[in-house]
Design a protein around this ligand. Structure first.
Ligand code: MTE
Ligand code: MO
Length: 521
């Protein structure tokens, strides 16, 4: 194409850029709705601007736009993006592949904005990266169509003859508006998909938890003040999350109910209001995942607010021969828990509505989940729970047991080194080695640390909150220069010594001693 033709098609290229941006933004918002709610390209870039903006700019924006300041900001971002995108379209037209590069760079910038937000999930970078890639591909394809406008002719003046160029131009515009329309539809779809979540989030914020009849107390001396040691109670934002839900279920408590049925004398249906009227107790319980590797962090400790499951089962009256409760989540996940564990008066299996003083976070099962001390989550801790079916292990199987995991999943005696960090370098002299250990229902009686292949040293144990929670330990090491291995093992109050036999997480949880390498000097 001649330079004049290029110049004349410049405005088409600018349109291609804007259409590609609309397509990209829509795809990004939809991706966010699916994998990382709240991390759409507009929201993360907008939040970054809000965080980075000097105070005078914020004041000016609020003065100018009042409570519409956020909408003004989003419109501003859209206008700037449109201008940049028009430029990128032009660039792609005259200097390919630089237009694509601009879109790619915008995507990376969005990803950086997403990743640096506090509490960002690793998936948060996804929407911006997907949007960048979608924009780059779209601008490339659309600009190629411009280069096709009139190109069916030899490049003489005739090629720009309106009569032949017009249908091509029209076809290009159809493609461009199609791409933009797909973007708008994708964005609308994304917002529609998130609307339910926003609504439930608002309902959750309005929930006032009942005052517990029994409050949980943390005894003096339960927490050591050691830098880098896992906090005794895990904040909700840091609590590990494991589930099969690609989209977090949005359950409105007003529509929630729990049905207890199966091998029972009396079927029970419990609504949210029924549940709130029951006596609630705070229980501090450590929850662990069967997929937690030795030394892993798929374990957390929280103050749960809930009501004993045994009381609800007592109302339903399981019939003789039943030995399992198959709990079912609104999204179809199931867990099979021994009936006896749920009925045990010493065990405190609870139907929980609160976590660390708040209603359950959506990701952790809002409005209602199960928590059973001493059993791995996959056999007990059903989130978004709506059904308890009383049945038998011989008659029913649960989600993970159908996939090769054990039907029974007691949490194994275990211990972990938190400080010093694995692979770190520390100074010689007294070094505090510290971590956590757990042996639910039984309690930890002893924790020992070994350096290289030397003798085992007794660590100091913090005061345990209860047998159902992890306990902190620490030991002061007179570290000599060199490379060393640190190893920990716990002993239960029943005398059971943590095994050094290495077992993988499948089918019923890992075993072995947590060992880390550190460099001293
Ligand atoms: N509905 C539902 N509940 C579930 C799961 C799930 O996939 N779906 N996973 C279980 C597993 S394997 C674990 S370890 C715990 C984790 O709970 P958390 O995400 O609150 O830490 O939830 C359990 N409850
Ligand atoms: Mo798990």
């Amino acid at each position: 194409m001649s330079a004049t033709a290029r110049a004349r098609h410049g405005w088409l290229a600018a349109i291609a850029g804007v259409a590609a941006a609309a397509f990209a933004a829509g795809v990004g918002e939809l991706t966010a709705a699916l994998i990382a709610p709240g991390s759409g390209p507009f929201v993360v870039v907008g939040s970054a601007i809000i965080d980075l903006a000097p105070p005078w700019a914020k004041d000016a924006a609020i003065t100018l736009f009042g409570t519409a300041d956020k909408i003004a900001l989003l419109i501003g971002i859209a206008l700037v993006l449109a201008a940049v995108a028009a430029g990128a379209g032009l660039l792609e037209h005259v200097r390919p592949p630089w237009g694509r590069v601009v879109f790619g760079a915008l995507g990376v910038a969005g990803a950086v904005a997403a990743a640096t937000r506090t509490g960002a999930s690793p998936l948060a970078i996804g929407p911006s990266l997907v949007a960048g890639a979608a924009g780059a591909i779209a601008v490339m394809l659309l600009v190629r169509r411009i280069d096709g406008v009139g190109a069916s002719h030899v490049d003489t003046g005739a090629s720009d003859d309106l009569a032949t160029a017009a249908p091509d131009r029209r076809r290009f515009l159809t493609w461009a508006s199609g791409a933009a329309a797909i973007g708008v539809l994708a964005a609308l779809g994304g917002y529609a998909a998130q609307a339910g979540r926003r609504a439930v989030q608002a309902v959750r914020e309005a929930v006032r938890l009942p005052t517990p009849a029994t409050t949980a107390a943390i005894p003096a001396g339960a927490a050591f003040d050691v830098d880098g040691l896992t906090p005794l109670v895990t904040p909700n934002a840091d609590f590990y999350r494991i589930d099969t839900a690609l989209r977090v279920p949005e359950v409105d408590p007003a529509e929630w109910s729990l049905r207890i049925h199966g091998e029972v004398a009396d079927e029970v249906v419990l609504t949210w209001d029924d549940l709130l009227a029951l006596p609630m107790a705070e229980r501090i319980i450590t929850l662990a995942c069967v997929s937690n590797e030795v030394g892993g962090d798929l374990i957390g400790n929280a103050v749960w607010l809930g009501t004993p499951i045994r009381d609800l089962l007592a109302r339903a009256q399981p019939t003789a021969g039943a030995d399992m409760v198959l709990s079912r989540s609104i999204d179809g996940f199931t867990a099979g828990t021994p009936l006896s564990a749920l009925q045990d008066p010493d065990l405190d299996a609870i139907l929980a509505i609160g976590m660390n003083g708040e209603p359950l976070p959506l990701e952790h099962g809002f409005p209602v989940r199960m928590v059973v001390p001493g059993l791995f989550g996959y056999v007990s801790a059903t989130k978004w729970v709506t059904e308890l079916e009383v049945t038998r292990f011989s008659a029913a199987s649960a989600y993970w047991t159908d996939r090769g995991w054990s039907a029974e999943g007691p949490v194994k005696l275990s211990s972990r080194i938190d400080v010093p960090r694995r692979g770190s370098t520390v100074a010689t002299g007294p070094i505090v080695v510290a971590g956590v250990a757990w042996h639910q229902h039984v309690g930890v009686g002893r924790v020992e640390v070994q350096v290289d292949d030397g003798p085992w040293h007794d660590a100091e144990l913090a005061t345990a909150i209860s047998d159902d929670t992890w306990v902190q330990w620490r030991w002061t090491w007179d570290a000599a220069a060199g490379s060393h291995a640190l190893r920990v093992r716990a002993t239960g109050r029943d005398g059971e010594v943590q095994t050094d036999e290495i077992a993988p997480v499948v089918p019923d949880g890992a075993t072995g001693w947590h060992t880390i390498d550190v460099t001293v000097g």
